[in-house]
Design a protein. Structure first.
Length: 289
């Protein structure tokens, strides 16, 4: 059992820097009690892309930096700091980087006959992310687990095993103070909202935008009605008007150019929409045009 910057054999190749506790299996049989097989912290490169059809033991991963995309049989989601997901035997998933830097995460691999049951009792379901109210609670415990490998002999392994129940207790406590397991529909909404927010200047057809999100246009509208109390069209229009306002306020483009930039070739139409959305004429942002 040792702490090392050398990744365990099953770690992804796109890890830039890592710290690990790795305690290989003592034998072919799973131990009756739960124990930490591996735990670690990883900083990853922008080309990180891991796809697994299964994993030999129960595992959890805590995102602490960057933006990621995770896909499983439950759906596809954008993950960010403070979100956690689990996987294990017979759980197919994929995790990929979606930002250029700051991609950091922790993980704990748990060995034992009832490891998946323990994650379930903590309110976790394989392949379905949760958003933690106090991710730092869990992060601190994982750091302690990693640090136990500094101890010589079996003492470190015993201490890591003793800390493992605290992982589950922290997860339960987090749920009590506001952490949530995101419903499939909520996560679908966040995925769609993130796509619209990232591509509002290029979106010309909501049906195509919905297809890019993996839903129908009707479903897209229902998601926005349920979680945002507005239509997808209103959301995109708001993003475009905010963008136009920033361009005009900088003073280096005219109202006409800003209108064209956000997809309104008719300046009169643009001005009417701008005033309806932002409550004032575009000229207010530039002192007249």
């Amino acid at each position: 059992m040792a702490i090392t910057e050398q990744a365990p054999p099953f770690a992804a190749r796109q890890v830039i820097h890592g710290r690990y506790l790795f305690s290989p299996k003592a034998g072919p049989q799973r131990p009756q009690e739960l124990r930490v097989l591996c735990a670690g912290f990883e900083e990853c490169s922008a080309d990180y892309d891991v796809r697994r059809d299964s994993f030999p033991c129960a595992a959890l991963e805590l995102i602490v930096g960057g933006r990621w995309e995770m896909e499983s049989a439950e759906g596809r989601w954008t993950l960010e700091s403070g979100m956690l997901f689990t996987y294990g035997p017979d759980c197919r998933y994929a995790l990929g980087a979606r930002s250029s830097g700051g991609l950091r995460k922790y993980f704990v691999d748990i060995e034992g006959r009832d490891a998946m049951k323990a994650l379930h009792r903590a309110g976790l379901r394989p392949g379905l992310p949760v958003r933690l109210a106090h991710a730092r609670w869990l992060q601190d415990v994982i750091e302690q687990i990693i640090d136990t490998s500094r101890l010589k002999g079996a003492h470190g392994e015993r201490l890591a095993t003793m800390l493992l129940p605290l992982v589950f207790e922290r997860l339960l406590a987090d749920r009590e103070v506001g952490g949530t397991r995101l419903s499939a529909s909520r996560l679908a909404f966040e995925r769609c909202r993130d796509h619209l927010a990232a591509n509002y200047l290029q979106i010309s057809d909501l049906d195509r935008a919905a297809q890019a999100c993996g839903v129908s246009q009707v479903h897209l509208c229902r998601l926005f009605s349920k979680f945002a109390s507005e239509t997808p069209h209103a959301f995109v229009t708001q993003m475009r008007m905010n963008h136009a306002a920033r361009l005009i306020a900088r003073g280096d483009v005219s109202v006409k150019v800003a209108a064209m930039e956000v997809g309104y070739p008719d300046q009169g139409h643009f001005s009417r929409v701008f005033k309806r959305v932002l409550g004032c004429a575009p000229s207010r942002f530039c002192g007249g045009d």
